[in-house]
Design a protein. Structure first.
Lengths: 98, 371
């Protein structure tokens, strides 16, 4: 079971509280996690990644195991601890200054 | 029992303000979609329970929300806006070609007759339509394929299509306005378009009377006389009596003819409203006095409407989509400010009172007349 933490705006949009738990088939990557997430919560389509290019939206960040994975290839396997459900996959909105 | 529902889009959420026909006691609901920018929300003239909302942030992009119960509950619908075919280029700020790139929906215009049909004006400038209640969106690409489009250049706010007018007497006729390309008309339901900017004069562009390139801020029409159009341009208030074929200036005695919104009285096609702003570089009212100006003669002769509005130390702006009128017997006029106030007049502008004072900056105001 993959654990996903969404930012507050997206939790509200998806009508979820707390972490989301997903069954991801095959290799656990950013792409397979987001595919599964968007299939479960269609309202999230387009809010994390572009619906045409599949590129991460510029002000959205992906963290896992205390590392910034935002610039990884979407097909790079996520850390074993994420795949095993020990650590969550974090989706964040970039901090706003000012 | 008659009443009104005022739909307010702000920088940090949507608010629904509702009152009976007296318009003295208001029920305020919101924020809906707290924390999100609500560029525009508008109800269907064919079904007042159907309301569409343009919701977005820089972080999470564009969403469209729909209500089927007058704003009590919402559901996200389609948010994919894909330009049809090759995207082509327009001019960027530095004069170089720049590919069309979707940024946001500025304006939603529901069909006059079908609650499931709604138009969306977007940045970069394009016109989209949904015929399934917002679930899917398809571009009307004829506008963006107009021969002038490669020369369109954004204003400071982006290359945005912000005004959509539907002719109630001719379903094939639509008008749009783009900053800063100008006004365009289609007589074939959006398949092809022609610029309608003859008579406009803009000193801020190399050829002040060019066919395109004008920064139109807003256009308005009265449903009983759709060939008469009013326009608030970057500078100048303009009028056309021939469906945009030609324009003449009707700024008359306004203290400033810079501004953003313009609207028409619900029952008198010659009564129009603007909110003068000091200048293009100082977006606040002249003399710190918030004044709506009304012309009962279709322009040129204007009177200030001040009763109930702040007449000192007021430095808010009123954005282009932030004024609306209701259709009750005593026409109501409403506007929202960048300071978070929404003012209402239940007597065509003679007197004003705030409905709310402390909302986030107001981006849009629309009104539904409930009967």
């Amino acid at each position: 079971m993959i654990r996903v933490v969404l930012p507050a705006h997206l939790r509200k949009l998806a009508h979820v509280d707390g972490e989301v738990q997903l069954e991801v088939e095959g290799v656990v990557t950013q792409r397979t996690v987001l595919d599964t997430l968007e299939a479960r919560y269609p309202a999230l389509r387009g809010t994390i990644r572009d619906q045409t290019t599949w590129q991460r939206r510029p002000l959205v960040r992906f963290f896992a195991c205390e590392e910034d994975r935002s610039h990884d290839s979407p097909d790079t396997p996520l850390p074993e601890a994420v795949a095993a459900g020990v650590e969550p996959f974090l989706i964040l909105g970039a901090m706003a200054g000012g | 029992m008659s009443g009104v529902r005022v739909l307010v889009g702000t920088r940090k959420g949507a608010f629904v303000l509702q009152a009976d026909g007296k318009r003295t006691r208001w029920d305020v609901s919101g924020p809906h979609f707290g924390g999100w920018e609500i560029f525009h929300m508008k109800g269907s003239p064919a079904d007042p329970n159907r309301v569409y909302v343009s919701q977005g942030t820089s972080w999470f992009g564009q969403l469209i929300q729909r209500s089927n119960d007058g704003g009590r509950s919402w559901e996200p619908v389609g948010n994919q806006f894909i330009y049809e075919g090759g995207t082509g280029t327009h001019l960027w700020y530095d004069g170089t070609p720049h590919p069309w790139d979707f940024a946001r929906v500025w304006h939603l215009e529901p069909s006059l007759t079908d609650p499931d049909t709604v138009y969306a004006g977007v940045e970069d400038a394009g016109l989209f339509r949904s015929t399934d209640g917002g679930q899917s969106w398809h571009e009307l690409p004829g506008l963006r394929r107009h021969e002038s489009a490669s020369g369109w250049q954004p204003g400071a706010g982006g290359l945005c299509l912000h005004t959509i007018l539907l002719d109630p007497q001719n379903p094939a006729r639509l008008y749009v306005a783009i900053s800063s390309a100008g006004a365009f008309r289609s007589d074939d339901a959006g398949a092809t378009w022609k610029p309608i900017n003859r008579g406009l004069r803009s000193e801020q562009i190399p050829d002040p009377t060019a066919e395109v390139g004008h920064c139109v801020h807003r256009m308005a029409m009265h449903r009983a006389r759709p060939n008469v159009l009013f326009m608030q341009k970057h500078w100048d208030v303009m009028r056309s009596d021939d469906a945009g074929e030609s324009w003449r200036e009707v700024s008359g005695n306004l203290p400033s003819d810079f501004g953003f919104p313009i609207d028409v009285h619900a029952h008198d096609p010659d009564t129009i409203y603007v909110v003068p702003i000091f200048s293009d570089s100082e977006h606040y009212p002249p003399e710190g006095k918030l004044r709506v100006y009304r012309s009962r003669t279709g322009g040129n002769e204007w009177e200030p409407l001040t009763e109930g509005l702040p007449q000192r130390d007021c430095y808010v702006n009123v954005l282009r989509d932030a004024m609306a009128v209701d259709a009750l017997d005593d026409c109501g006029v409403y506007f929202g400010t960048t300071g978070g106030q929404v003012y209402a007049s239940s007597n065509a502008g003679d007197t004003w009172a705030p409905i709310v004072r402390d909302l986030p900056p107001v981006l849009s105001v629309e009104v539904q007349t409930l009967r």
